[in-house]
Design a protein around this ligand. Sequence first.
Ligand SMILES: Cc1cc2nc3c(=O)[nH]c(=O)nc-3n(C[C@H](O)[C@H](O)[C@H](O)COP(=O)(O)OP(=O)(O)OC[C@H]3O[C@@H](n4cnc5c(N)ncnc54)[C@H](O)[C@@H]3O)c2cc1C
Length: 505
Amino acid sequence: MNIRQKNWNIIVNNSFDVVIIGGGINGASVYRELSRQGYKVLLVEKGDFSCGTSQSSAMMIWGGLLYLKNLAFLSVYSLSNDRDKMINFFQDQITEKYFRYISNEKWGRNKYLAYFALQLYWMMSAFRRERPKFEKKFEELDFLNQQNSNESILYQEGFLKESDCRLILDWIIENQTENCLAINYCSIQNATYNNKDKFWSVDLKDHFLNNECKIKTKVILNCAGVWTDAVNEQFGIYSPYKHVFSKGVFIGYKRPENHNVPLIFEMGEHGDTLTFIPWGPISLWGPTETKVNSIDEGFKIIPEDIEFLLKQASRNLKFSLAQSPIVSMRCGLRPLVVKKTFKFDCYPLSLSRKYKIVKDENTPWISIYGGKISGCLSMAAKVEKEIRSKFFPNLHRVLNTKVKNAKNETVRTNFPGLIDKVPSIEWCVKREFCCTLEDYLRRRTNISQWIAREGLGFQNENLEFLENLASYLPLRKQDHGDSPVIEYRRKVEEEFDNIIKKINK
Ligand SMILES: Cc1cc2nc3c(=O)[nH]c(=O)nc-3n(C[C@H](O)[C@H](O)[C@H](O)COP(=O)(O)OP(=O)(O)OC[C@H]3O[C@@H](n4cnc5c(N)ncnc54)[C@H](O)[C@@H]3O)c2cc1C
């Protein structure tokens, strides 16, 4: 029996202290914290873990450099602290990394001002990282458009070693105990609060196997990212805050040989920057920062996004699309917290990237708005404190014991075109809640980002390989019609090939 089925069997008719809605970085970090503090907790994710915004980040664990612009020194101090804690605590997943700010005096900031800001940034992290320095000669110059960009300042931040999805999955799996469970492809259908007995009666639906069950919980925590408002509305919860949305798109190119350090370029508008990030065999270029009005619009890449990125790339890099075709794309929607009455008519970068913890006045329901991967540890600690003080003042539990960390036992295998081995699909199905081909190719491994056309290859050369992988997937109750690979290929043609065709016209 795989881990998902096992968990479902334990969940049925069980009762919990806290149910978390949403398995992105916010949900996973709170799940980890509550699990460690001895709560009985269930995390439900309507799709796959980290299938929302958290699968499309830039994977930087940063110390709040952006906030220096507004002289928010306290925020920079505390975010730098969080960053360095994360680097120290999670050495398997996060590493310190040099970043290179590329100065550009034609349309960017004055390089001495940037240098001064980075020195201040370094001081605000209590000198824990290396001191920023100018570097005129560096290997990445080979592929820069040197007419515009030719000098750099080297400084340090944190960076995810494997991926954003891996961090989330590791936190979910490692912090499972006999009391703490998570399940993907599952959501709350109904939730009624019983004022007398002080618990929520919850109807759960398993969308993968089409099962239903009832559970009880004392507290519900809404960590649904850009869907937070929709979930609150579904259950009649009022909030004085709301989310507005900013779409962020990256494109992935084959990584140039001497690209080893993330590069930060001035965009020349709105004080914004673009990054070129080496990641496995590719380099990510982006992200965009586009105000959008709806969630559907926000998760859809359109040719204009790519054209914008290509235009910006040609100003800063020596590539052209013909020489180096796009290998992959990624798109996420930033949930930005604002007051309910806020009218969104500004460039999204000017809005705060901080989080807000909002408690419902009538029921034990807490919503998390905004937030980032950086700083998620202190957000989770604050949420736990809030829950403890309001609902569990006498909680004196023995800390939950973790399940054995099975990371070192992971069974690994080859995938055509990748040098390093990846976790095998059998392992991911049995131990890591993998249900679909996309779960495996995008979130258990980085195959769909690192190999052209979501892993299919430019000429569909990996089709047969994917057919073989798909044979290990668990059967869906209502499986019908086309095979998973045919469905997958159709999606790639619609979402990837069509855009490439349009921009090549
Ligand atoms: C382009 C881009 C680059 C970024 N780069 C960085 C970076 O370098 N560093 C950084 O710190 N931050 C970065 N961010 C920000 C960061 O990625 C997001 O703030 C963060 O991932 C949001 O996490 P979340 O958990 O709130 O939302 P999500 O990841 O979207 O998670 C919410 C989850 O809730 C689930 N859900 C929704 N409704 C329900 C329901 N009814 N029942 C059950 N589950 C439900 C969804 O399926 C989803 O998985 C970046 C963002 C973007 C877009």
